[in-house]
Design a protein around this ligand. Structure first.
Ligand code: WTA
Length: 655
C-alpha cells in the first residue's frame, strides 16, 4: 500500500505537449484568456453566442438570463427546444446516422453497438410506448436500471416527451427508492428484472415491490421491466409491464415535445448535510449547453474520438457524460456494465485496447483500487489509442495521479482533474488539456464563464496562497434550478445569507496557490465522500437510530487509502455497550440494517460502541473529538467543555 499513500509531495508541473496544444479546441493560454475575456466583457453575450452556436432551437430565445427572481435564475427561457432532438435527430441530419453512438460491453464481455440511426429509432419506440400508456409532459419517471443501452434509451425517451426522470442508482435500497418515488411523485417506474455484477445476477425488481409495500407509492401507475437476465421475478398483473411489450410494434419516429429551455429535464437526489437527500432539479437548455460544451472544451472531443466515462447513470457524471453530453456532440462512447475488477483487474485496460478508447474518464477510487489489484497490469495491454485522461468525484492523491499519468497514459496524455457537483450539472474547475500546466492534485482553474472564487466568512476573496470557502459568484447555464418541492431549502443550502445570499456556496473548502490554481480540500459540511459517492452523516445516523437496538448514533468520516473517506459510526445501544463477539455480531447486524435502509454504499466501515457520546454540557455531540478517535489520533483539542470526559477512553478502545 505504500505506493498509494497520500504523503508524497509532487511539485512538478506537467506542461501540455506542443502537438496537443496545436490541435486543441481551446489552444494555449491565449485561447483560454480570449474566452475568459469575452465572458468578462459581455457575460450574457458570451452565453447567448454559445447557446446559439451549439444547440438546435425550434424557436430561438430572445433573452439569455433572467435574474429577476434570483437565486432562481432562468436561462434562455423563451427558447423552445428538445434535448433528445439535439442528441439524436441532429446527428441524423448532419451525417452521423451510421456512426456508432454507443459501444456497450456487458459484465460477461458481450459487445453490442448501436448507431445514431438505431438509437434514434429505439428512443422513439420507447417514447411512443410511454405515450401509448398515457404518460405525458411534466410527469415524473423513476428509473432504476443497471448500466445498459436501455438505461440511456429510457432517459432519452423521457427527455423526448418532457417527462422528468429521476434515476436512482441500482445500489440504493428499496427504502431509498420508496422515498424518491414519493418525493418526486413518480407516475411510472422503469426497472429491470436483475442486474449483473462480477458474474453474479442480483435481483433489482423485487426492491420496487418492497418499495410499494412500504407505502407512499400510490402515484405510480405502471412498472415497466426490462429483462436483463430473464430471471424469475414477481410480476404484479395490471401494474407491471414488460418493456418488450411496451415497445412492440411502436413506430420508430416520434415527434419530440417542444419545450421551454427551462422545462425540468431531470431530478437527481443527492446527499446534503441535513435531513433527507435533496432532489436537485436541472433544466433543458442550459444543462444541455454545458454538457456539450464541457465535453468539447475539457475533453477536447473530436469526431474520431472514442470516449469512455466509467460512471453509472445513477450519478450525475453518468447523466452529463454518458446519457447526454457525448450524444449531443455526436461522439462514439463506450458504456460498460459490471465492475473494474471482473473478470480481473485488467478489465478497463482490455476494454481501452479492444475499443480503441481515446479519452478515458474515471474516479480516483477506481484508480487506487486498480493500483492495488495490479499496478503493472496496464503495461500488458496496448493503450496507445489513449490521448487524454480524466478524473472526477474526489481529490486525486499525487501518487495515484503520477501512476495514472505514467502507467496508463504513457506519460503522453494530459489528465483533466475535473471539479464539479451534482448541482453544477457539468465541469466547473478543471484544466483545459491544451492550456494548463498540470499540478497533480489541483483542479487548476475555472472554465471560461465560471466565476469561481475562494472567499472568507465575510464573502471577501482570499489572497493567493490562502484557503476558504469555494463559491461561484455568477450564475451559469447548467446550474441547479431548485430543490424539487423545496425552494426554501434550495435558497438556504446554496445561497445562505452569510454571504449576502449572492454567491452559490459549493460546500467545499479550497485553497488557491500563488499561480491562481485551485486545490479542493474537501467538504465543509457533514457530507462524506466515500469512493466518490456523497453520503450525508445525518442520513446514516437516522438510519442507525431507526434500529430498535440503538439509542443514539454519531457518524463521522476518517481518511481511507482506498475509498478516500470511510464511514465511522459511534453507537450507543439501549443496552450496555457490548464487547467481543457480541459487539461484532451487533455491528454486523447494524451494517446490514444500514444497507437495507439506504444501500450497501452507506454501510459503516467501523462501528464503535460506547455507553455515551462525548457531549458538551449543553448536550451537543463533539464531532471533532469523534473524528480524532476515528482517525486513531491523539486528542489534542480542548476537552474542558466536555460533560463526560471518561467516555473518550471507552470509545478509543472500543473496536
Ligand atoms: C467532490 C460529482 C476534489 C467535492 C461530480 C464535491 C471533488 C463533491 C472533485 C460533489 C475533484 C468532485 N476534486 N473533489 N475533481 N470532483 N469532488 O455531487 O467535494 O457526487 O463537492 O458530484 O465531490 O459530488 P457529486
Amino acid at each position: 500500500m505504500g505506493s498509494i499513500e497520500t504523503s508524497l509531495q509532487e511539485n512538478r508541473v506537467f506542461e501540455p505537449a506542443e502537438d496537443f496544444v496545436k490541435q486543441a479546441r481551446v489552444s494555449g493560454i491565449a485561447g483560454y484568456e480570449a474566452l475568459r475575456a469575452e465572458a468578462e466583457a459581455d457575460f450574457e453575450g458570451f452565453w447567448g453566442r454559445l447557446a446559439k452556436e451549439n444547440l438546435s432551437w425550434k424557436t430561438p430565445f430572445t433573452k439569455v438570463l433572467d435574474e429577476s427572481n434570483a437565486p432562481f435564475y432562468k436561462w434562455f427561457e423563451d427558447g423552445v427546444m428538445n434535448v433528445s432532438y439535439n442528441c439524436l435527430d441532429v446527428n441524423l441530419q448532419n451525417g452521423n446516422a451510421d456512426k456508432v453512438a454507443i459501444i456497450f460491453e456487458a459484465d460477461g464481455g458481450e459487445v453490442t453497438k448501436v448507431t445514431y440511426r438505431e438509437l434514434h429509432a429505439r428512443v422513439c419506440q420507447f417514447a411512443n410506448g410511454l405515450k401509448s400508456l398515457g404518460y405525458a409532459k411534466g410527469e415524473r419517471a423513476l428509473i432504476y436500471l443497471p448500466m445498459s443501452i436501455e438505461a440511456v434509451v429510457a432517459m432519452q425517451a423521457c427527455a423526448r416527451l418532457g417527462i422528468i426522470h429521476s434515476v436512482v442508482f441500482g445500489g440504493f435500497s428499496a427504502k431509498s427508492v420508496q422515498e424518491r418515488i414519493a418525493d418526486a411523485g413518480a407516475s411510472v417506474v422503469i426497472t429491470a428484472d436483475e442486474q449483473v455484477r462480477g458474474g453474479k445476477n442480483i435481483p433489482l425488481k423485487p426492491a420496487i415491490d418492497e418499495a410499494f409495500a412500504i407505502g407512499g407509492c400510490e402515484s405510480v401507475r405502471n412498472v415497466i421491466i426490462y429483462q436483463r437476465t430473464g430471471g424469475n421475478i414477481p410480476f404484479v398483473e395490471g401494474r407491471d409491464l414488460w418493456l418488450k411489450d411496451v415497445i412492440a410494434n411502436q413506430p420508430t419516429e416520434c415527434e419530440p415535445e417542444w419545450l421551454s429551455a427551462e422545462h425540468p429535464l431531470f431530478i437527481l437526489f443527492t446527499s446534503g448535510s441535513t435531513g433527507k437527500p435533496k432532489g436537485v432539479q436541472h433544466s433543458t437548455g442550459g444543462y444541455l449547453l454545458w454538457a456539450k460544451l464541457s465535453l468539447l472544451w475539457t475533453f477536447d472531443l473530436k469526431p474520431n474520438d472514442v470516449f469512455w466515462c466509467t460512471a453509472d447513470v445513477g450519478w450525475v457524471t453518468g447523466h452529463t457524460y454518458i446519457a447526454y453530453g457525448p450524444l449531443a456532440c455526436g461522439a462514439t462512447e463506450v458504456v460498460f456494465e459490471g465492475v473494474p475488477t471482473y473478470p480481473d483487474a485488467g478489465r478497463f485496460w482490455k476494454m481501452i485496447q479492444d475499443h480503441k478508447v481515446s479519452i478515458f474518464y474515471t474516479a480516483p477510487t477506481a484508480i487506487r483500487s486498480l493500483i492495488k489489484a495490479g499496478g503493472d497490469l496496464p503495461t500488458k495491454y496496448d493503450l496507445s489509442s489513449l490521448r487524454l485522461l480524466g478524473s472526477v468525484g474526489e481529490p486525486i492523491n499525487p501518487e495515484a495521479w503520477v501512476w495514472y499519468y505514467n502507467v496508463v497514459g504513457g506519460a503522453r496524455c494530459p489528465i483533466v482533474d475535473t471539479w464539479w457537483q451534482t448541482e453544477t450539472g457539468g465541469h466547473m474547475i478543471t484544466p483545459l488539456p491544451g492550456v494548463h500546466g498540470l499540478k497533480p492534485g489541483s483542479c487548476t482553474q475555472p472554465l471560461p464563464g465560471i466565476a469561481a472564487a475562494i472567499v472568507d466568512e465575510t464573502g471577501t476573496d482570499v489572497a493567493k496562497g490562502n484557503g476558504g470557502f469555494l463559491v461561484i459568484k455568477k450564475p451559469w447555464p447548467s446550474m441547479i434550478r431548485t430543490i424539487w418541492n423545496d425552494p426554501e431549502r434550495f435558497k438556504k443550502s446554496y445561497y445562505p445569507a452569510d454571504f449576502g445570499g449572492k454567491y452559490y456556496l459549493a460546500g467545499d473548502g479550497a485553497n488557491v496557490d500563488l499561480d491562481g490554481y485551485f486545490w479542493i480540500m474537501g467538504r465543509i459540511d457533514d457530507v462524506l465522500n466515500v469512493s466518490g459517492h456523497r453520503m450525508g452523516t445525518m442520513e446514516i445516523e437516522s438510519a442507525l437510530v431507526a434500529n430498535p437496538l440503538v439509542a443514539e448514533a454519531a457518524v463521522v468520516g476518517r481518511p481511507d487509502d482506498l475509498t478516500g473517506e470511510a464511514i465511522c459510526a459511534f453507537v450507543v445501544l439501549k443496552q450496555a455497550a457490548p464487547q467481543g463477539a457480541e459487539a461484532q455480531a451487533i455491528a454486523k447486524e447494524l451494517r446490514d440494517w444500514v444497507g437495507r435502509e439506504i444501500g450497501p454504499i452507506a454501510k459503516p466501515k467501523d462501528i464503535r460502541f460506547g455507553d455515551n457520546l462525548p457531549k458538551t454540557r449543553s448536550g451537543k455531540i463533539m464531532r471533532r473529538l469523534l473524528r480524532s478517535i476515528a482517525k486513531g489520533e491523539e486528542i489534542t483539542q480542548d476537552t474542558s467543555t466536555l460533560e463526560n470526559p471518561a467516555i473518550l477512553d471507552q470509545l478509543k478502545t472500543s473496536r
